[in-house]
Design a protein around this ligand. Structure first.
Ligand SMILES: NC(=O)c1ccc[n+]([C@@H]2O[C@H](COP(=O)([O-])OP(=O)(O)OC[C@H]3O[C@@H](n4cnc5c(N)ncnc54)[C@H](OP(=O)(O)O)[C@@H]3O)[C@@H](O)[C@H]2O)c1
Length: 249
């Protein structure tokens, strides 16, 4: 894969899980990394891990559901490193509930955390990338967008919206040399599943052809590849990374 030296990558939701692994992977590839999240202690921990792996990063605190904070996030990235080349809009939450049980606040929370956040992030990242002469964006969807998962209707709707939004964005900005793609992971062992019983992972793994659930690093490697020049002709694509799970449904 080509080097990302002199490039700047922004990762939302980089204080844990998949976002943290991607931030470390971007750092290892040579990019300077803007680590975004609400929890400062965990975000700073990610910056330390990037540095320990030989990379460079800085923490920017932002709630990506709030326009003013997302605008400031991009401004701080530019103020720190002078440009923006890559963005992984990964932040999201996985709470849901049966459709008749959801409150209006539950619905708004899922849609805002998983879909509005991606729109807001692109709204401010794209002009910064246009200034840098181009770039690449990866937006986080989910296997839950591709199939009906009981109890995850709001989450699945938000993640399906990410796919439609990202394809429209690819249609609008590929001509500006900004490649926009989507990833849809299957089950990945992270804090998102903190409340789940440990045996759940074994049960889920039994239905996955590769025979295990994903690790954050499995997803991180794909994100860095999609942003790299090795993926120069890939745009508007939804990359499913699920160990083959949806292939056998
Ligand atoms: N794990 C899976 O099985 C799986 C599968 C498919 C898709 N995904 C998606 O992958 C993404 C990352 O999840 P994960 O599994 O890595 O779980 P995680 O470890 O809980 O990470 C979620 C990240 O999102 C951040 N975040 C949440 N709301 C935010 C907000 N309003 N503003 C800024 N940051 C926010 C959190 O940071 P702070 O709390 O510090 O803000 C955290 O860094 C999510 O979009 C999730 O839906 C996960």
């Amino acid at each position: 894969m080509s080097s990302m030296n002199d490039k700047v990558a922004l990762v939302t939701g980089a204080s844990s899980g998949i976002g943290r692994a991607a931030a470390i992977a971007f750092g290892k590839a040579g990019a300077k990394v803007v680590v975004v999240a609400r929890r400062e202690d965990k975000g700073q921990e990610t910056v330390r891990l990037i540095q320990e792996a030989g990379g460079e990063g800085t923490f920017v605190q932002a709630d990506v559901t709030k326009a003013s904070e997302v605008e400031a996030m991009v401004q701080k990235a530019i103020a720190t490193y002078g440009r923006l080349d890559y963005a992984f809009n990964n932040a999201g939450s996985g709470n849901s509930g049966k459709i008749t049980d959801l409150s209006e606040a539950d619905w708004d929370l899922e849609i805002n955390a998983n879909l509005k956040s991606v729109w807001l992030s692109m709204k401010y990242e794209i002009p910064a990338m246009q200034q840098s002469g181009g770039g690449a964006i990866v937006n986080m969807s989910s296997q839950g967008a591709l199939m009906g998962v009981a109890g995850y209707g709001a989450y699945g709707a938000a993640k399906a919206g990410v796919i439609a939004l990202s394809r429209a964005a690819a249609a609008e900005y590929s001509g500006d040399r900004i490649r926009i793609n989507i990833i849809s992971p299957g089950a990945v062992k992270t804090d998102l599943w903190a409340g789940a019983p440990p045996e759940m992972f074994d049960q889920v793994a039994a239905g996955i052809p590769i025979g295990r659930v994903g690790a954050p690093e499995d997803i991180a490697e794909a994100v860095v590849w999609l942003c790299s020049d090795s993926a120069a002709f890939v745009a508007g694509h939804n990359l499913v990374i699920d160990g083959g799970f949806t292939a056998v449904q």
